[in-house]
Design a protein around this ligand. Structure first.
Ligand SMILES: O=C(O)CCC(=O)C(=O)O
Ligand SMILES: [Fe+2]
Length: 195
């Protein structure tokens, strides 16, 4: 039996669990971002909310990219991409980056197991998650960014400079690094609660 609604229910025909873009950041721009890494500004990655300091879920180092005028080119490129992507795919209410971009380094044995970027409290405003693959794919083994789409595990492209965007409620992980080092930028575009 089919039900015909008498009102026009807006549907998302272009929804995708994740999307990737290549070529937005030029190789020298990616290298410049990698150059921001400063061991003195590095902190051990922690988790938001109740899961804080859970070594079993996540092991990596992070630092934050200050939202200062000289870093504006990164924020504005990513922001513009997020707006376009959102218009095409999701139609979420977005307000902007409410947290600084996170620069992450995964060394051998580091990982981030299955999780959502969305949850109660401070992370409930996250709408879109963005990742930039900063490392040359030949430089590390393991370290795959993967999505759980129903019961299918799908791996995101590893090519240096690839930007991956996904709704923050999608389950994802970074598999353990078995060799070398992987760096990424992670950012969240936020907005008011779903309604
Ligand atoms: O490093 C990545 O590509 C993703 C990391 C991640 O899922 C996160 O920081 O929430
Ligand atoms: Fe995540």
């Amino acid at each position: 039996m089919s039900i015909n609604y008498t009102f026009g229910l807006p549907l998302l025909h272009n929804f995708a669990e994740f999307i990737y873009y290549q070529g937005l950041f030029l190789p020298h721009e990616v290298d410049k971002i990698i150059g921001f890494w400063d061991d003195d500004k590095t902190i051990k990655a922690t988790l938001s909310g109740d899961k804080k300091y859970n070594d079993e879920l996540r092991k990596s180092s992070v630092m934050f990219i200050d939202n200062t005028p000289e870093n504006d080119w990164i924020y504005s490129k990513l922001g513009a991409l997020a707006i376009n992507c959102n218009r095409e795919r999701y139609n979420f209410d977005l307000l902007g980056f409410h947290q600084e971009l996170q620069l992450t380094k995964y060394s051998e044995g580091n990982f981030f197991d299955w999780h959502l970027d969305f949850g109660a409290g401070e992370i409930s405003a996250r709408k879109l998650s963005m990742t930039i693959q900063l490392s040359d794919e030949e430089e590390y083994e393991g370290g795959d960014l993967q999505f759980m789409i129903n019961k299918e595990i799908v791996t995101a492209p590893r090519k240096k400079g690839t930007i991956v965007i996904f709704p923050s409620f999608i389950m994802h992980r970074v598999t353990p690094i078995t060799k070398g080092t992987r760096q990424s930028i992670v950012g969240w575009v936020s907005g008011p609660p779903y309604r």
